[in-house]
Design a protein around this ligand. Structure first.
Ligand code: NAD
Length: 301
């Protein structure tokens, strides 16, 4: 497959907007399409050409990138009568970077392959700041040939482009990783809550636990307790970062996959319940580390 030069980018929200801008900076010819006029105006400022329909955006392009909210949006954008499949040129590369359910990812990719396209699921780790900086980690599901075609297109937006396995494997890695992250964040928060109740100075607890076996990323890179890690959202009013609502979305996808596959994930289920409660109490737009405020009884909404 020849290297992609012209790209249609669909879904220019918080993540897609800056991702498309980084592709323009890298020299790609990017045509943007979104339902939001505001998103399109910003895309024009960032050097994209804009289109007024999916058909106009994708016709004749080497590659199509999508960054959409959920599986139903991805199914519709690719599969609708006026969607990507109907207008893209045969052999075009599709990268769906949205975080969606594994079944939708597999179904859409299978249909793409049947119709003579090349497709990967390529969800990302890293929030808006990483999208702006071009330092996202892409977890890619698809054949070896599809991965090789996708890598140079994803690279200008990435600090890492990693091949997870066959179709759907990118989504599977993403939700397993984020289930672990949600559990670790709650566990780390509970440890600080208990440490303080026991009269420990949180900084001293951090100094010791971060060098002992309790050490984990949620503690040492993204500490939910204000103080020990200056760059963590805890020192910035728990401004996201990665919102609790986004974490809840990923935990729900993980539970859906656990039920479908028969995996026992009791802590994942409990993490989902706690983030759902935090969202009900008004914490959805707070950084996901802000759940410590609910656990220590300080949350005021
Ligand atoms: P967003 O809601 O800001 O952006 C989604 C965009 O898709 C919107 O601009 C919307 O208008 C557009 N859209 C929806 N349906 C469309 C359609 N039919 N045609 C064209 N455009 C359409 O969401 P976001 O924060 O950019 O997240 C996008 C994806 O990235 C989600 O799957 C999310 O889970 C994932 N993600 C987000 C973050 C984050 O921190 N925001 C981090 C990692 C992964």
């Amino acid at each position: 497959m020849t290297q992609s030069k012209t790209i249609a980018f669909i879904g220019l929200g918080h993540m897609g907007g800056p991702m498309a801008a980084n592709l323009v900076k890298a020299g790609f010819d990017v045509t943007a399409y979104d339902l939001s006029e505001e998103a399109l105006a910003q895309a024009r400022k960032n050097g994209c050409t804009t289109a007024s329909s999916i058909a106009e955006a994708v016709t004749g392009k080497d590659a199509v990138i999508t960054m959409l909210p959920a599986g139903r949006h991805v199914r519709a954008v690719y599969g609708a009568a006026d969607g990507v499949f109907a207008s893209a040129r045969k052999g075009a590369l599709f990268c769906d970077c949205s975080t969606i359910d594994i079944q939708s990812a597999r179904d859409v990719a299978a249909e793409a392959e049947k119709l003579g396209f090349v497709m990967v699921d390529s969800p990302v780790s890293g929030g808006v700041a990483a999208a702006e900086a071009g330092t996202l980690a892409f977890m890619v599901g698809g054949s070896d040939a599809a991965f090789d075609a996708a890598e140079p297109v994803l690279e200008p937006m990435a600090k890492a482009v990693l091949h997870a396995g066959g179709s759907g494997a990118g989504q599977a890695v993403k939700i397993c990783n984020n289930m672990l992250l949600g559990i670790c964040m709650i566990g780390t928060s509970e440890a600080f809550v208990l440490a303080k109740k026991l009269g420990l100075d949180p900084q001293r607890f951090f100094d010791i636990s971060s060098k002992a076996s309790g050490q984990n990323w949620s503690m040492t890179a993204y500490c939910p307790e204000p103080g020990p890690v200056p760059s963590s959202p805890a020192n910035n009013g728990y401004k996201p970062g990665f919102s609790a609502a986004m974490m809840l979305k990923d935990l729900r996808l993980a539970q859906e996959a656990a039920h479908q596959s028969g995996a026992a994930t009791p802590l994942g289920a409990e993490a989902q319940a706690l983030y759902a409660l935090f969202e009900q109490l008004g914490g959805g737009d707070t950084d996901f580390s802000g759940i410590i405020q609910m656990l220590n009884g300080d949350w005021t909404g």
